[in-house]
Design a protein around this ligand. Structure first.
Ligand SMILES: Cc1cc2nc3c(=O)[nH]c(=O)nc-3n(C[C@H](O)[C@H](O)[C@H](O)COP(=O)(O)O)c2cc1C
Length: 218
């Protein structure tokens, strides 16, 4: 029996939870403070995996690409994520060091979007960030060859097994391709969903004088 995708889609709802109100007049002068507050509220609201991000890059032809990564931090150096520099996204970022990030927290009908240039952290910072994470994260990084064509699942199992053994034996094993990236946003948009679709969009724009704020039509 095939699934009726359209019927299934029509049965689903959005904005069907208790949505918090958001008064943009009370928003702080810069976006990091608001992001930090919203992130803490997403955690408190029980949002599953609020630290996952859609990371959009462009390929050598200028065409878009997107995938999920984890947020490693947000501070004065920007919003940080990590990956292999020789992965598909790593190569795209080397060629065009500019990206967009998207967070979606459905528990509160909230979305945050950022766009800006991306820089690589120094190797020592990237390695320290990796070694502060779980054994599984290190084993995954040690497995390597991300985005290359894989011959078989047996090949993956074999390489991953060796990577896990090494990660357990050598918790500071270096992974030279592993790179921490910082996105320094030019714009950060906060979106608060509203049951009657009067969604509130507050956009921060970086200017020479500091951050400018503006509301956007939903
Ligand atoms: C929840 C989740 C978290 C992920 N986190 C990361 C991450 O932090 N870094 C990473 O390189 N890949 C991560 N991945 C895998 C990427 O989505 C992607 O498959 C991989 O990085 C290869 O992407 P690329 O071919 O565009 O380079 C994650 C996937 C999921 C579903």
């Amino acid at each position: 029996m095939g699934t009726d995708l359209h019927e299934l889609l029509r049965s689903l709802r959005v904005w069907d939870v208790d949505l918090p109100s958001f008064d943009p007049a009370t928003a702080p002068a810069e976006p990091l403070a608001l992001f930090t507050a919203w992130f803490a509220q997403a955690v408190a609201a029980g949002q599953v995996e609020p630290h996952t991000i859609s990371l959009a890059t462009t390929d050598e032809e200028g065409l878009p690409d997107v995938r999920t990564v984890m947020l490693h931090g947000a501070d004065a150096s920007g919003w940080s994520f990590a990956t292999h520099i020789d992965s598909r996204k790593g190569r795209q970022l080397t060629a065009r060091p500019y990206a967009a990030l998207g967070f979606y927290w459905p528990a509160q009908g909230r979305q945050v979007r950022l766009r800006g240039p991306v820089t690589n952290a120094p190797s020592a910072e990237s390695q320290a960030d990796l070694h502060a994470r779980s054994t599984g994260a290190l084993a995954a990084a040690l497995t390597g060859r991300q985005s290359q064509v894989l011959g078989s699942l047996e090949e993956l199992a074999h390489t991953s097994e060796a990577a896990w053994e090494r990660a357990l034996r050598e918790p500071e094993a270096p992974v030279p391709t592993w790179t921490l990236y910082h996105l320094r946003p030019q714009t950060v948009e906060f979106f608060q969903g509203e049951a009657r679709r009067r969604h509130v969009r507050l956009n921060y724009r970086r200017t020479e004088e500091g951050w400018a704020k503006e509301l956007l039509w939903p």
